[in-house]
Design a protein around this ligand. Structure first.
Ligand code: ADP
Ligand code: DP6
Ligand code: CO
Length: 324
């Protein structure tokens, strides 16, 4: 029996970060996180069961090694769920730069989860899809949902899932300063493991991020943009501080990253409220209100960084082609 489906998912940027697992196999994180799904960056993935082996083509190139193996191990989970033993062909396209710190693993595994299960004839609830996507990449649990999402760390497979977080009208937008769209030297997975294993600041990161998470839920519920932004910026800086304490140290920053962070402080001082966040890569994401997108993106553009992308909140995952 063969089945073929296509799904689209968007990447998401965490406002309270996930950085560290308590269970690597199940991808149970040490802390809960909050994110904004972006309309600007997405993955479209087609899965067809009934192949003679698992094959993955990303942006026209066949994958091998670790990235191909990650997909195959994920397909194993779908085989277990569906009771199938066939292999699958996976063809994917990212409009998000791959492995650049713009969350390609989030959109990538959310789209793969939806396409692979649909093609296998499974009909998962959004929560079940979030739990499955998490095991491909933790951040993918949140890309099942549009707009703001919260991923509860939980304590086991069933309790670690994301769900939508009500936005009381924050009117959020994000300006992405693309400092370098190239491939990072160390994956998020390996860098967070190294931080957890070797950084003396890791425990402090975990305890302070738990406090930030509670504060973020309150700030979002209150529609307090200033508090949301302040918490997002300081949480990101603390995550990067924890990485710097690793042996060997991990730093994703480039000179243009620092220039962008400085610009954000200057814009705030001049009266445009905006806040910076950074992930496992050199690119700087600037959280602002929708009416300020044009002025913030013009200011970032004036720095002469490699690129500027503006984004509004994006939608959750959806299946665009399913077996009839
Ligand atoms: P990012 O910041 O882009 O999320 P990560 O280090 O977390 O970087 O993950 C990058 C990895 O995610 C890639 O090397 C690849 O293994 C996987 N990935 C990215 N996009 C896809 C996709 N469309 N389909 C399958 N796997 C993907
Ligand atoms: C810095 O979800 O990419 O973007 O679960 O190992 O695949 P794995 O890691 P990943 O880590 C994301 C780290 C981050 C912060 C975040 O998105 O919360
Ligand atoms: Co990732």
């Amino acid at each position: 029996m063969s089945g073929r489906s296509t799904a689209v998912a968007h990447s998401n940027i965490a406002l309270i970060k996930y950085w560290g697992k308590v269970d690597s196999r199940l991808a149970i994180p040490a802390t809960s996180s909050v994110s904004l799904t972006l309309d600007a960056y997405r993955t479209e993935t087609t899965v067809e069961w009934g192949n003679d082996r698992d094959s993955v083509v990303l942006d026209g190139d066949p994958l091998s090694g670790v990235p191909a193996d990650r997909v195959s191990r994920f397909l194993d989970l779908v085989r277990d769920l569906s009771g199938r033993s066939e292999y699958a062909s996976v063809v994917s396209r990212n409009t998000v730069p791959t492995a650049a710190g713009l969350a390609s693993s989030a959109s990538g595994f959310a789209a793969l989860a939806a396409a692979a299960t649909s093609a296998a004839g499974l009909s998962l609830s959004p929560r079940e899809l979030s739990i499955l996507a998490r095991k491909g990449s933790g951040s993918a649990s949140r890309s099942i949902f549009g707009g703001l999402a919260v991923w509860y760390a939980g304590t086991d497979d069933a309790s670690s899932y994301a769900e939508p977080l009500h936005d009381p009208g924050l009117d959020l937008a994000m300006v992405v300063a693309v400092v370098n769209a190239g491939t990072k030297e160390i994956s998020s997975r390996d860098a967070m493991r190294l931080t957890a294993d070797t950084s003396p600041y890791y425990d402090a990161w975990v305890s302070s991020s738990r406090v930030d998470f509670a504060g973020m839920l309150e700030a979002v519920a209150a529609g307090d943009f200033t508090r949301v932004g302040e918490l997002a910026e300081s949480n990101a800086m603390r995550m990067h501080a924890s990485m710097l304490g690793s042996t060997p140290p991990v730093s994703y920053w480039e000179p243009d990253s620092v220039r962008c962070l400085r610009l954000v402080r200057e814009l705030r001082a001049a009266g445009t409220e905006c806040y910076a966040t950074m992930d496992a890569g050199p690119n700087v994401k600037v959280l602002c209100r929708r009416p300020d997108v044009a002025s913030v993106s013009a200011a970032v553009g004036s720095l002469g960084v490699a690129g500027v992308t503006t984004s509004l909140p994006g939608p959750g995952v959806r299946v665009t082609e399913a077996p009839r």
